[in-house]
Each structure stands twice: as structure tokens, then as C-alpha cells.
Design a protein around this ligand. Structure first.
Ligand code: FAD
Length: 459
């Protein structure tokens, strides 16, 4: 393993201001909510040391379009609680406030010598960073830490499919994959007194926030870097070798790391390095890296370069045209948005998937694909199908509102895919049927398992 300084490819200076004599260096933490293997954090520590100042890490959790439910917020706060403790042990102060992320950043920037932020790719993230860059009146740096290959290094354009970005990502990853050294802070943050919320009392905090409280946290997923590490270790030990041949969605051999990657509670570089070093069978290892590197970072390329990533305009021409041509095809079954949300269709497998999503906040990839494709078959306009799919995805999944969410919902409608033989409703867009799913998984066992597991919630 190599230790390295923060590579230039991850570093952007967003304005030309000179440092001012403030009380601290501010790291506005948003997407890399961890104390380890975090390039933005290590960069901020080095800037603080250069300027002879302590480091303040600040997070705003209010009014965030990416965290709209109690489930997602609770998971995020559990992670932040752990991160705050870990930073305290490094003599770095951390404050979490109820105001919106950008308001916290601009307010605390007022006393900072310099500001460092990490990188998100969705529209509101870009707008917020742009506002910070304009309003901060001191240097603002952005450090990209949640990708194996920085987005512009991977490609300078919107890619059409995995095949058009795969080799660039694979080659670049050979340069970028490496362990990040931790730099001790020279100036402890003891003297800083900045008010924030009490993370020891998460229940009160979550209840006081303006969220969708109907979507509660489930017992299975606890947020935090140590939880992410345990999941990674369990995956390496018990599941990596079976990853490629996995056919069970009841006890799947996948990592379940997506919620942790989504909130930046674990670094994708760390996951990739550990998977490569685990010595698992080559095909499974390659398949996992394909998902983590190629599919995940293709999704980031998509939202970064396509400003229409959350609507039909993002679809390739052939997909939009073929779906429009078939929009008035008769649908043998049709369900309203609320029938879909409540899992009240005539398809027991789909209903089970919707139940799992509602009650567990997670679904295996095979089921996510099937789930999305059936919505397209059962709703009367493409626009409506798109909206319902995206809304349900982002409401119930822990990993919702991620670049992956937008790229994969778009995939349901033909994005990043090729044309197939023409059929009713779907036109040339790939279909997925129950019999197709039956060939991949034991659907009867799945429906039974979900009914047993979530009997109380569906009664
Ligand atoms: C309709 C639909 C909606 C989806 N919505 C989301 C979403 O909201 N958030 C989300 O993170 N993923 C989404 N996915 C992608 C994928 O299903 C999940 O990332 C994966 O199932 C997460 O489980 P895991 O962590 O156990 O994955 P593993 O199989 O263990 O894979 C490891 C990591 O690779 C990445 N990955 C795996 N599959 C994909 C994929 N198809 N595309 C991009 N990255 C991938 C994820 O970061 C994942 O955590 C969606 C897929 C579909 C078809």
C-alpha cells in the first residue's frame, strides 16, 4: 500500500481569494461523512496546520433534498455521531446544526481563514457550492473523495454506457487506488466554542426535524463507519466468492454497503482495495469491482454531465421516441401511485419487493430492476411512471437520492442500455417479466420469506 498526499486530480480551488485571519479552517462536510480515508478532511488538516489554526468540521442537516425521511436522517446522524467522536480524538472540532447545509457553511465561513468542502454531484449540491464560492470571501477548496476516479479524470463528457467508460475507469483506478495517510492536527480545537445539536440524544433530535416521519428507521441498518467496516469484513469473509453466482435474494451474497457509500461513511477506495486484497476468486472480485467502480462511477458521470438527470429528457433519443410511440398501448393491468406504494398489485413478487423496500429500506439489485420495469408496464404515461419510480425509490431506500438512484431509474427507461426487439408498452426498451425473474431467483421462496419477515408491518 502506498501513502500519498492529496492528488491534484481530487483538488479544485474554487475562487481566488487570499486567506483571511480567521479563527479556524472550516471543513464543510457533506458527502464524505467519515473520519478516515477522507481526502477532504486530510486536506483541511494540512491547510489548518499550514495556517497555524485549529480545524472545525461543520454539517448542516436541515432542509436537505437528499435526506427527507426519518429513516435516512437517523442513519445519517448515527454516522455523524461516530464521526464526531473520532474527530474529537484527533483534536478536531465538529458541529452539526439543524439549519440547511449551505446556511451552516456560509455562516461559519465568516470566521474561517479558508473553507474546504467535499464533492457531491446533484443539482442542489452544485448550486450550494457555487453559492459558497461566491459568498465566502476567502479561499474555498473542493476535494473529491467519494469516487475511486475523480469525475473529470474519468471522462470529460457524458458517457453512453458502461462499455464507453469502463477502460478509462479501470486504467485510471490503477493510479488513484491507494491508502490515504492520516495527518495529525497541530492546533487542537479545544478553544473553539461553537454551538450545535446534541448528538447523544438522537431520538429527540430526529423527532424535532421537519421530515417524513412515516418512513422510520429499520433495525437492520445502523449508520456509521464501524458498521460499514463490519459489513465489509463480513462480505469479504462470507460472500465475496459467491458474489458472481449469487441467485439468492433471501440471503444474498452482496455487500449491502450502498447506504454507507451513499452517506460517505466508508470510502469506495477502501472498499475496492480491501476487496482486491482479499484474495477471493478472480471472477467474483472483478464482478464486484465492475459494480463499485464502473456502474457506480458511470452513474456519477451521468448526473454530473447531464443536467436533466431526473427527467425523461435525459433518455437517449431512441428510448424516448420508442416509449412515446407506445405510450397509448393498452396496459392489461394498471395501478395508481398509492396502490403501487402499498404493494397492492396483482403480482405477489412485485408486492413483496415493495414491502421489503418500505419495511427494510433495501432491495437486491435483481429485484430493483424488476420493480422498476413493472412500474413502467402498469402506469398510463411514461412521465407518470418515471415520477412514481423516482419518488418511491428516493423515499424508501436508505441509499435513495444518490447518483445511482437517478442513473438506475433512468436505466429502467433505456438509459445506458441498448435497444431490444420491439414490444407493446416498452417499445425497444428492455423488458423484465416474472418468468425472466424466475430464472434468476426462487421467487416463491422470496415471497414467503418477505411475508414471514414483515408480517407485522403488513397486517
Ligand atoms: C431501479 C433501480 C433503482 C436503484 N436505486 C438505487 C439507489 O437509489 N441507490 C443506490 O445506491 N443504488 C441503486 N441501484 C443500484 C443497485 O441496485 C444498488 O446499488 C445495489 O443493489 C446496492 O446493494 P449492495 O450495496 O449490496 O450492492 P453490491 O452488489 O454489494 O455492490 C457494491 C456497490 O456497487 C455499487 N453498485 C452495485 N450495483 C450497482 C448498479 N446497478 N449501479 C450503480 N452502482 C451499483 C453500489 O455502490 C454498491 O453498494 C438501483 C438499481 C435499480 C435497477
Amino acid at each position: 500500500m502506498t501513502s500519498r498526499l492529496i492528488p491534484e486530480s481530487r483538488t479544485r480551488r474554487l475562487n481566488d481569494h487570499d486567506p483571511v485571519d480567521g479563527k479556524y479552517v472550516l471543513y464543510w462536510m457533506r458527502h464524505s461523512q467519515r473520519s478516515e480515508q477522507n481526502h477532504a478532511l486530510e486536506f483541511a488538516v494540512r491547510r489548518a496546520n499550514d495556517l497555524g489554526k485549529p480545524l472545525l468540521v461543520a454539517v448542516g442537516i436541515g432542509d436537505d433534498p437528499s435526506v427527507r425521511t426519518e429513516r435516512q436522517m437517523r442513519f445519517q446522524l448515527e454516522g455523524l455521531h461516530e464521526t464526531a467522536g473520532a474527530l474529537q480524538r484527533r483534536n478536531i472540532a465538529m458541529v452539526v446544526r439543524k439549519e440547511s447545509p449551505i446556511d451552516v457553511a456560509t455562516e461559519l465561513a465568516g470566521d474561517a481563514c479558508e473553507v474546504v468542502c467535499d464533492r457531491g454531484y446533484l443539482r442542489h449540491d452544485r448550486q450550494w457550492v457555487d453559492r459558497l464560492r461566491r459568498e465566502a470571501d476567502r479561499p474555498v477548496w473542493q476535494i473529491e473523495s467519494n469516487v475511486i476516479v475523480p469525475v473529470e479524470m474519468a471522462s470529460d463528457d457524458r458517457e453512453y454506457a458502461a462499455r464507453t467508460i469502463r477502460s478509462q475507469l479501470q486504467e485510471a483506478a490503477e493510479q488513484t487506488l491507494g491508502e490515504l495517510a492520516t495527518t495529525p492536527i497541530d492546533n487542537a480545537a479545544d478553544g473553539l466554542s461553537i454551538n450545535g445539536i446534541d448528538l447523544d440524544d438522537l431520538d429527540t433530535c430526529v423527532q424535532s426535524l421537519d421530515l417524513d416521519h412515516t418512513v422510520a428507521k429499520c433495525d437492520e441498518f445502523d449508520g456509521g463507519t464501524s458498521q460499514a467496516r463490519s459489513r465489509l469484513n463480513a462480505f469479504l469473509k462470507d460472500s465475496l466468492d459467491e458474489y458472481r453466482d449469487d441467485i439468492s435474494v433471501v440471503r444474498p451474497h452482496c455487500s449491502m454497503l450502498s447506504p454507507y457509500l451513499h452517506f460517505g461513511q466508508i470510502s469506495p477506495l477502501k472498499v475496492a482495495l480491501e476487496v482486491r486484497q482479499a484474495g477471493g476468486n478472480q471472477e467474483s472480485t472483478a464482478e464486484f469491482i465492475e459494480e463499485l467502480l464502473v456502474r457506480r462511477e458511470l452513474a456519477i458521470n451521468f448526473v454530473h454531465y447531464d443536467s436533466d438527470y431526473d427527467g425523461l429528457d435525459c433518455l437517449p433519443d431512441w428510448a424516448r421516441k420508442t416509449l412515446q410511440k407506445h405510450e397509448s398501448d393498452a396496459r392489461p393491468e394498471h395501478y395508481t401511485a398509492s396502490e403501487l406504494e402499498n404493494g397492492q398489485t396483482g403480482d405477489p413478487v412485485w408486492n413483496a419487493a415493495m414491502t421489503e423496500m418500505r419495511c427494510r429500506g433495501y432491495l437486491h439489485n435483481h429485484l430493483r430492476m424488476y420493480w422498476g420495469k413493472r412500474i413502467l408496464a402498469w402506469t398510463n404515461t411514461i412521465q407518470h411512471a418515471y415520477r412514481v419510480t423516482l419518488d418511491l425509490n428516493n423515499k424508501y431506500f436508505y441509499d435513495g437520492n444518490d447518483p445511482n438512484s437517478f442513473a438506475n431509474v433512468a436505466w429502467v427507461f433505456g438509459n445506458h442500455d441498448r435497444a431490444f426487439g420491439e414490444r407493446d408498452v416498452f417499445g425497444k426498451v428492455r423488458t423484465m417479466t416474472t418468468s425472466g425473474l424466475d430464472r434468476k431467483i426462487d421467487t416463491d421462496a422470496y415471497v414467503r420469506a418477505i411475508a414471514e419477515r414483515f408480517a407485522a408491518s403488513t397486517a
